[in-house]
Design a protein around this ligand. Structure first.
Ligand code: URA
Length: 263
């Protein structure tokens, strides 16, 4: 008799879910028992095992990153640091501010002089979801501007500003004080906030990103980073998929979206 071929490493589904931040193993067992979990599109059952390297696990239809070794950081980017891995001009990079291993990449970019929250991860799917214009989650900025925007200027910012690459989508804009705007956009065009403000006659003097979808952090000093909690990562995933739900016809790849069990 020959020994059975060793299969791929498989682990209990609740263990993989717990690692991805969905709660304790006990809580994850409940998710499975409630038929809220699918593996490769099929409703999962208690006792199921998965190969976390290849199986696609989703909770309530939202794909969950269960691969071991995934890391997610949030950095408070200081001014004067570039959002690339290497800078030909030798300027400091955001990659130099976080652990070297495992290698991570920034999710989207902030201009050299822009400060504030930046996610870095080695998870490609989440990066795609958070940065692709089809899915873009809300990003909130505080913009200190030259002069005091009039009501007309604020309306233009809110309704859409003509830029050289087209009119901007509606934005949420409030004037917090004479020179300080809070602007929330979901597009991710190059230097968008700076160009919008400039277009209405109020160039940006200082720009700080204060929120990415559900993620905020007022405790990190410039240059500091921390791990995102599993819950924060899951909230970000939910936000990225929710954006897609708002407009089901965004024309982007929906292959990782799986319908959950009918309830
Ligand atoms: N908008 C900008 O103008 N710059 C950034 O860095 C981010 C958004």
């Amino acid at each position: 008799m020959t020994a059975p071929e060793p299969g791929p490493p498989r682990e209990r589904l609740q263990k993989a879910l717990a690692r991805a931040g969905l709660g304790s193993r006990r809580a994850c067992e409940e998710l499975i028992a409630d038929e809220r979990v699918t593996v490769n599109g099929q409703v999962a059952y208690l006792g199921d095992r998965v190969d976390p390297e290849v199986d696609e696990v989703a909770v309530d239809g939202v794909v969950v990153g269960v691969r071991p070794g995934l890391v997610h950081y949030v950095l408070n980017k200081p001014a004067g640091v570039v959002t690339t891995a290497d800078d030909p001009q030798g300027r400091p990079t955001v990659i130099g501010l976080v652990p070297a291993e495992p290698r991570v990449h920034p999710v989207g970019r902030l201009d050299l002089e822009t400060e504030g929250l930046l996610i870095l991860t080695n998870e490609g799917e989440l990066t795609h979801r958070l940065t692709h214009p089809s899915f873009g989650v809300d990003k909130e900025y505080l913009a200190e501007v030259d002069g005091t925007p009039s009501r007309g200027a604020l309306r233009r910012l809110r309704e859409g500003v003509e830029l050289d690459d087209g009119v901007t989508a509606p934005a949420r804009v409030s004037l917090l004080s004479d020179h300080l705007l809070r602007i929330t956009i979901h597009e991710g065009r190059n230097r968008q906030v700076r160009r919008m403000c400039e277009a209405v006659g109020h160039p940006v003097v200082r720009l700080v990103r204060t929120r990415i979808g559900p993620l905020t952090d007022r405790t990190l000093a410039p240059g500091e980073w921390r791990d995102l909690t599993g819950e924060e990562v899951h909230e970000l995933r939910l936000a990225a998929f929710a954006e897609e739900d708002d407009d089901g016809d965004r024309g982007a790849d929906r292959s990782t979206r799986r319908s959950g069990p009918r309830r």
